[in-house]
Design a protein around this ligand. Structure first.
Ligand SMILES: *[C@@H]1O[C@H](CO)[C@@H](O)[C@H](O)[C@H]1NC(C)=O
Ligand SMILES: *[C@@H]1O[C@H](CO)[C@@H](O)[C@H](O)[C@H]1NC(C)=O
Ligand SMILES: *[C@@H]1O[C@H](CO)[C@@H](O)[C@H](O)[C@H]1NC(C)=O
Length: 353
């Protein structure tokens, strides 16, 4: 009898809640939850979860890396990518462009942390790559180009320790995507697309570093290896994709999506996509995960997203004086010290009403 009852319950639940979607957000809120929830599954995900060699630890690092970068990229905006759980959970249950950004930067963070650990030699499963860039299944090498050489006739060769980005990309896919492969609803398609857009922000921006060899720096020979971009660069790229995010709807065939309006270009693989409009994030709303902007510090001389007008949603702002410490009366003491006093300075700041 039991299995029948459970199946019936699932059927009842499926159309009315998106509980599966909420559980999908678990990667970002707590990567360990993914393993708990998928205890009974087999396959690659289970292997990652069961293996104690540290991959999961790197995944957790990667999620934190993504969250920190998200907060940095959005620090001057109404929605500032706060890691406050209640809010983030709601953001992840929707399908707005903010959801898309969080999913993309998380997948990128996981790729990044794993790859970095491979290069550092701290994972048993992988190490850095030696030699020429690997060919992918379709025969294409990583999209990297050699930096222009100052000496046209200079010789160079692959060498050193290259970032094993292929391994990072694969593990990020296994951990973050494998649970969703069998679903083809619009939210899942968008999620997988944005995960991939996040990873491409690393893969498509690999760079080459070289070292010179030869008598007294003559650079007769260069050895070169490839490196990931900095994670700040990855964040910047994805923020650009967020600004140009494309709204999509499900196609009639049910297995793909298309731009909401036919006049818009089909989004490319690197683009962030979404299907729901964002709230304005002006006032607290627990349904949308908006915390509102009351009390946020705004900038009277800015014309951007942190201007008092924009950040405070035209509600106005109040002046507050804050005391800050500063080094002052600094004196140079022979030799070679600088001795300063600590002074208190009053600074005027503005906070949203
Ligand atoms: C854990 O990783 C090691 C190193 O790659 C591998 O040899 C082993 O089979 C893995 N164990 C499980 C349970 O997946
Ligand atoms: C982000 O926004 C929340 C809610 O308005 C606020 O409490 C928090 O201090 C902000 N964080 C930063 C770094 O400004
Ligand atoms: C306020 O905005 C101006 C103009 O964009 C900028 O130069 C200044 O550094 C900002 N101040 C703070 C405290 O962010």
């Amino acid at each position: 009898m039991r299995p029948v009852v459970i199946a019936a319950c699932l059927l009842l639940l499926a159309p009315i809640t998106d509980s599966w979607w909420a559980s999908g957000s678990a990667v970002i809120l707590d990567p360990r939850m993914v393993c708990k929830k998928n205890r009974r599954t087999r396959g690659r995900l289970a292997q990652i979860c069961r293996n104690e060699t540290g991959l999961l630890k790197e995944i957790i690092r990667g999620v934190t890396l993504g969250a920190t970068e998200c907060a940095h990229q959005f620090r001057t905006r109404r929605w500032n990518c706060t890691t406050q759980r209640r809010s983030m959970r709601k953001i992840l249950m929707r399908d707005t462009r903010e959801t898309g950004f969080v999913n993309a930067i998380t997948a990128a963070g996981v790729t990044y942390a794993i790859t970095r650990a491979c290069t550092a030699g701290s994972l048993l499963e992988c190490s850095c790559e030696k030699g020429a860039p690997p060919k992918s299944r379709r025969g294409k090498v990583l999209p990297i180009t050699l930096p222009p050489s100052t000496v046209p006739t200079e010789r160079w060769q692959w060498g050193g320790c290259s970032d094993n980005v292929r391994f990072g990309l694969r593990k990020s896919r296994e951990f973050m995507d494998s649970r969703y492969r069998k679903r083809s609803d619009i939210k899942t398609m968008i999620k997988l697309h944005n995960h991939n857009a996040g990873r491409l922000a690393i893969k498509n921006n690999m760079r080459i570093e070289c070292k010179c060899h030869g008598v007294s720096g003559s650079c007769m020979l260069r050895t070169c290896w490839w490196r990931m971009p900095t994670f700040r660069e990855v964040g910047d790229k994805l923020r650009d994709r967020f600004e140009g995010a494309a709204k999509v709807i499900a196609s009639n065939d049910g297995g793909s999506f298309m731009p909401e309006s036919p006049s818009i270009k089909r989004p490319g693989k690197r683009d962030i996509i979404y299907s729901e409009e964002s709230p304005d994030f002006c006032t607290p709303n627990m349904k949308t995960g908006s915390l509102g902007t009351e009390g946020r510090q705004c900038n009277v001389s800015s014309a951007g997203t942190d201007s008092c007008d924009q950040l405070c949603c035209r509600r106005g702002y109040k002046h507050t004086t804050v005391k800050e410490t500063e080094n002052c009366n600094c004196q140079f003491k022979w030799c070679c010290e600088v001795i300063c006093d600590t002074c208190y300075v009053k600074r005027d700041i503005q906070k949203c009403l």
